[in-house]
Design a protein around this ligand. Structure first.
Ligand code: ATP
Length: 363
């Protein structure tokens, strides 16, 4: 966009440049006959101001991608652009990014305020400004009155927020977070998910968040990239990823899903292709179904009580099974060993590719 167009629209031109572009990014570790392909030809664009998650199982390459963006690891091939500038061969301290790690790495002998000021001291920011900016950032992470405490006088969640304040005080363009909530217990983690998202909205900085927890990624992110064996299987909003998984891997990794093979799909839906249907899209039926629906008969092999809902497992004549998430008060007539008819809308079934990654590509 030209300067005049930027002026006419009143928009800041830099906001239109993606925060991060990964172009054909590849990383192999080790040489010889058995190199490990940790990251395999990754293409990704992260927009300015996004809360973006890299989601995938252990060993899928998320951390290696993050470390290459930070500059701690050199790519074997490809390029990394930050705000449109090629930084592939730049040192970490020359990149406008900061990283928050899982273990916080706070200085134990310093107060909270001194910990947050540290990065500014290194940059020789004058003392008065340092104190003011650190205090401001502690307010942002809701720790305004904790400045004089030492890290060991804080809870895990509070320590994590100090680490966040310390990373944000330099106003980096991008904040990289490597499983930052991994060390917290479940309740605290859920609280911090809400806090982190709201802090990100307040500061407007691009967050790139690494996690193997699909619930965490779905609840916090604007968009998600799902990793498998060093490759990206799908990029999309939480809704797209959950409702329309494009591969069998994504369907299975991001929440429970039913995979209906091509033969059964042809029989039930008239389309010979593998389909995925979420359990909550499937209901138990006792009556005739609409034209837009599909139904199948099976035998109940398990009923799992989950509170408001129950998970019903039905074995089908072809040897496969289907999971349905049914409201606990809708289980009339359902008993283990008994027959059941399950139905779902044709619109709730999506075709999925086997996977984008072939077996044995990495690891
Ligand atoms: P986790 O969630 O367990 O941290 P991850 O998805 O972040 O996993 P990476 O840490 O990026 O995965 O690792 C990807 C692959 O690269 C793994 O097979 C790992 O063993 C390998 N790997 C990572 N770092 C190195 C290294 N320094 N030397 C050799 N292999 C490595």
């Amino acid at each position: 966009m030209s300067e005049s167009v930027a002026l006419q629209t009143g928009r800041d031109e830099t906001r239109l440049t993606p925060a991060i572009q990964l172009v054909g990014l590849r990383k192999t570790f080790g040489a010889g006959d058995h190199p490990v392909v940790a990251v395999d030809d990754v293409e990704l664009t992260i927009e300015d101001g996004e809360f973006f998650s890299l989601l995938g199982p252990s060993g899928s390459g998320k951390t290696t991608v993050l470390r290459m963006i930070a500059g701690f690891e050199q790519p074997t091939a490809g390029a990394i652009l930050l705000q449109g500038r090629d930084v592939t061969h730049q040192a970490p301290y020359d990149r406008d990014v900061n990283t928050v790690f899982q273990d916080y790495a706070l200085f134990p002998h310093m107060t909270v305020q001194q910990n947050v000021e540290y990065g500014l001291r290194v940059k020789r920011v004058p003392k008065a400004e340092r104190v003011r900016r650190a205090a401001e950032m502690l307010e942002v992470v809701r720790l305004g009155s904790y400045g004089q405490r030492k890290p060991d006088q804080l809870s895990g969640g509070q320590r994590q927020r100090v680490a966040l304040a310390r990373a944000l005080v330099n106003h980096p363009k991008v904040l990289l977070l490597d499983e930052p909530l991994g060390a917290l217990d479940l309740k605290l983690r859920e609280e911090m998910q809400v806090e982190l998202k709201s802090i990100q909205r307040d500061v407007g900085i691009t967050f790139v968040f690494v996690t193997h927890d699909q619930g965490e990624a779905l609840s916090m992110s604007n968009r998600i990239a799902v990793f498998n064996r060093g490759r990206i299987e799908q990029v999309g909003t939480p809704r797209e990823i959950y409702d329309r998984p494009s591969t069998m891997f994504v369907a299975g990794f991001v929440g429970p899903s039913n995979v209906i093979d091509a033969q059964l799909s042809a029989q039930l839906m008239g389309v010979r292709a593998t389909h995925s249907v979420r359990p909550e899209s499937i209901r138990v039926v006792h009556h005739a179904i609409a034209d837009t629906e599909v139904s199948v008969e099976g035998v109940v092999s398990d009923v799992q009580y989950l509170g408001a809902d129950c998970r019903v497992r039905a074995d089908l004549p072809d040897g496969s099974h289907i999971l349905a998430s049914v409201p606990s008060d809708g289980l009339v007539g359902v008993s283990i060993g008994g027959p059941v008819r399950l139905a779902w809308s044709r619109y709730a079934a999506y075709t999925v590719a086997e996977t984008t990654t072939s077996e044995g590509d990495t690891q």
